[in-house]
Design a protein around this ligand. Sequence first.
Ligand SMILES: [Zn+2]
Length: 177
Amino acid sequence: MMGFTSRTIPASLADMAHPSHPRARFMRAALDDIGNALQHEEGGPFGACLVQGNDILALAHNTVLKEKDPTCHAEINAIRLAARALGRHDLSGCVIYSTTEPCPMCFSAIHWARIDIIVYGTRIADVEALGFHELHISNRQMQRLGHSPVRLITDFMRPQCLELLQQWQAQTHGVTY
Ligand SMILES: [Zn+2]
């Protein structure tokens, strides 16, 4: 039967959701990228790492404030960088690591890019609590309602991603939008 069962994560992928997994380095790279940029207050405390096989194609963080562009979310920035690097719009076979669950705009871009898997740390509700103007639509709902083949690995390295949000609150003026 096609449907929800076809989009659930196989056991081998679920194993990825542990911080000791070798792929934890990709989330660590996303965390480091935004962590290093935090003091410049270029945008919200969000990072993304776009991966093909064992290679990082793009590392990006949110630059909404720096660019004065509300679409410059980490995931959008990473997709633009990776697509340019590969010279194509189709990112099939890639995995995107997001420190926070992608918003509906980014989920849509990820779907259009045909990225296979989203791995995220904190949830939309976590950053809404910080004051961000979030839409109340989870990736699980986007996947289900849109019949998207994108697969999800949730709560990956959640404690480390929560730590980033706390660091942002403590070290910056905490500008939200
Ligand atoms: Zn977004």
